[in-house]
Design a binder for this molecule. Structure first.
Ligand code: SF4
Ligand code: SF4
Length: 292
């Protein structure tokens, strides 16, 4: 585990090399009448969390597929290619597409990073403590005058004011999953392309996930009764959290979702039927265990 991510910060880095806890005090205020209003939204690099996407796609009345296509670009979160998404900007303009003349046009549903700014959040997976450890740090960029406003408040109160707690609560299991993947290193190895596609769908494409849990393939493997399925069909947050549990189960073997006894046999049978039905499949005449 790294002791501090700030060890090799260049002199001109906007990150302040001081770890802050919830009870620490910062000096900061952002408001509409400040001279730098909107400066921070004119050159962005904003990573989206699953709950950010859910809020924004709802706000814009788009399906998750439409939102992802219109407003995001993919990037790799680590050297293995763990998929992440960022807000897409125009090729010739690094400003946020949600910035209007009077400020943020999606303010009530703005992403986690925007809510935290000028704080940053850093989560660490620690071997000795029971859970993951969150620490905060200050981001001091030259254009941001909020640091000179005469207001002091604790990190805890700033998080409350910015409505970030709800976002962190809902995304908590997802963040744990990423930390676990990072800290596990070679024991998890390099996940397959298929695992990453699954991770992408469960993390960012809630409409795809809803279709998946109502598919024959899902019903063959997972043992959920009608009462357990109901909230997943109608409530996005319940479905998102279920998706995180499913990811933990599939990627790390943390089993919290009941699986049918004959799940594997059913899966092999169905896959074999699909292969037999496909005249071009090279495995058509293979009668052994599942190959593809
Ligand atoms: S979402 Fe809103 S607050 Fe965030 S960068 Fe865009 S305009 Fe600014
Ligand atoms: S004070 Fe900082 S966060 Fe607020 S508008 Fe100005 S640059 Fe953006």
């Amino acid at each position: 585990m790294t002791d501090s991510p700030f060890e090799n910060l260049p002199n001109n880095s906007p990150l302040q090399p001081t770890k802050l806890s919830l009870d620490d005090t910062i000096q900061f205020r952002c408001h509409k009448d400040i001279a730098c209003f909107n400066e921070c939204c004119k050159r962005i690099d904003i990573t989206l969390t699953p709950y950010d996407i859910l809020r924004l796609k709802k706000r814009l009345d788009l399906s998750s597929t439409e939102f992802l296509a219109q407003h995001t670009v993919p990037y790799e979160m680590d050297a293995h290619g763990m998929p992440g998404v960022k807000i897409k900007t125009a090729d010739d303009n690094p400003a946020c597409p949600f910035l209007g003349d009077n400020g943020c046009t999606v303010y009530e549903d703005r992403p986690t990073v925007c809510r935290y700014y000028a704080l940053g959040l850093m989560s660490m997976h620690t071997e000795n403590s029971k859970g993951d450890e969150d620490t905060y740090f200050l981001i001091k960029e030259d254009h941001c005058l909020g640091h000179y406003e005469p207001r002091r408040l604790t990190v805890q109160d700033y998080r409350k004011e910015q409505g970030v707690e709800e976002y962190d609560d809902i995304n908590r299991e997802w963040r744990q999953l990423i930390l676990k993947k990072r800290s596990a290193g070679p024991t998890i190895g390099n996940p397959s392309k298929r695992s990453f596609q699954f991770f992408f769908m469960l993390s960012y494409n809630i409409d795809g996930l809803r279709k998946f849990i109502q598919s024959d393939g899902f019903a063959e493997v997972y043992d959920l009764d009608a009462a357990a399925m109901e909230p997943l069909k109608t409530d996005d947050v319940s479905l998102l959290k279920f998706g995180f549990r499913l990811l933990k189960q599939v990627l790390f073997g943390e089993n919290t979702i009941p699986v049918k006894d004959d799940a594997m046999q059913q899966r092999v049978k169905r896959r074999r039927e699909q292969i037999q039905a496909d005249p071009d499949n090279p495995n058509k005449h293979y009668d052994g265990p599942e190959m593809v």
